[in-house]
Design a binder for this molecule. Structure first.
Ligand code: SF4
Ligand code: SF4
Length: 359
């Protein structure tokens, strides 16, 4: 019988195998760690069952690093560390060294270069933020800018571990994609339906895909000025912006009407309590670069009240669930408005109202 033809293996274009970049001590002790502790904020110490020890220094970065910053950081890592580094999902760098003596000089070198050491334990660690203008084609704001402005103000909370529990803040620069469940999330919020450039739709958009994309079936094919185009039922439209990526002529980003919203109480972890969705606490906040003072003031106020009022080990969502949402609005002095009520007629039937999807 003729031999079956050999199939071409798929080209793997995902992330590379992490083992090739790992510190040799970590590879040697993979799956064999006995315990870990934190000698100081920003430094982790892992001890293996074999007796090997490794220290990890966590450093905050601005995430979007140019050649100058990358060279500066790599020089420090080569000179004071052992040449091994990894990035966390929150854009912190973790540098591993095999001796306690190397930790002090490494921390000093980063701090002198203006990079804070912290982000461990009960701190406000780096805000996870999305690609924004650099890589993505649909942002309504610059998430990286919001992060930079806010983390400048929260520097002390990054380098200390003074919060009741860890605080994970997230941002997103459009309304539909990357903004995850955060203790506090700062997300874009469109407030007007898209404006359609009918001259371009026929040439640029696949109309059936755009119609299918709308979660509330508000888009219909239409002939406008003798050309195939689309129309939006503005009474149904929830201004989500999902039609803009497949059809850029449906412009929804707007310097005045694309606002920011702050959401509170989400978490992905199932430690101590189940995963939670975050909930809207402030809407219609001006999208006000370069420092976003209005959004920053709200986040700082929520953090201050959480720090004063929560019990040890309560995440933001646990704390709000214990004191109740009315008390949360009282303590934070945020106005509760009609925009906080989810009165969309289809929400009961189609919104994913269960956190169990993550298991
Ligand atoms: S949040 Fe939206 S605009 Fe920002 S990077 Fe993600 S998909 Fe792109
Ligand atoms: S913005 Fe969202 S709800 Fe409105 S038409 Fe586009 S996809 Fe539909």
């Amino acid at each position: 019988m003729a031999e079956a033809p050999k199939m071409r293996p798929p080209i793997e274009s995902g992330c590379p195998d992490g083992f090739q970049y790992m510190h040799p001590l970590m590879i040697r002790n993979y799956g064999n760690w006995a315990y870990h502790d934190r000698p100081r904020p920003g430094v982790l110490h892992h001890v293996s069952k074999s007796g090997d020890e490794i220290w990890t220094v966590r450093v905050g970065t601005q995430r979007q690093l140019g050649p100058y910053e990358i060279n500066l950081l790599c020089d420090i890592i080569d000179k004071y560390g052992e040449g091994y580094v990894r990035f966390t999902i929150r854009s912190n760098m973790e540098i591993m060294v095999s001796s306690r003596d190397k930790v002090g000089p490494l921390v000093k070198a980063f701090e002198e270069a203006g990079y804070p050491v912290g982000g461990t334990g009960n701190s406000v660690t780096m805000i996870s933020h999305t690609q924004g203008w650099l890589h993505c084609d649909i942002p309504g704001t610059d998430a990286a800018g919001v992060v930079k402005a806010l983390m400048d103000d929260l520097h002390e909370e990054f380098i200390k571990e003074d919060m009741p529990n860890r605080v994970h803040i997230t941002t997103s620069c459009c309304q539909i994609n990357c903004g995850g469940q955060g203790d506090i999330a700062i997300n874009i919020q469109h407030t007007k339906p898209p404006k359609i450039n009918h001259d371009l739709v026929a040439n640029v958009c696949e109309r059936p895909s755009v119609v299918a994309r709308c979660p509330v079936a508000a888009i219909r094919p239409a002939m406008v000025n003798g050309k195939p185009s689309l129309e939006v039922d503005e009474k149904k439209c929830i201004c989500c912006g999902a039609c803009f990526p497949p059809c850029p002529p449906m412009q929804i980003n707007d310097p005045e009407h694309s606002k920011l919203a702050v959401w509170v109480g989400g978490k992905n972890s199932n430690a101590r309590s189940k995963p939670m969705f975050h909930k809207l606490v402030a809407a219609g906040i001006p999208n006000n670069p370069p420092r976003w003072p209005e959004a920053g003031a709200i986040v700082k106020k929520i953090l201050r009240v959480y720090k004063e009022d929560a019990k040890d080990w309560e995440r933001v969502g646990d704390w709000v669930e214990r004191i109740g949402w009315p008390r949360f609005f009282e303590l934070t002095e945020l106005p509760f408005t009609k925009f906080h009520i989810d009165n969309w007629r289809g929400s009961r039937a189609s919104l994913n109202a269960s956190a169990h999807i993550r298991f």
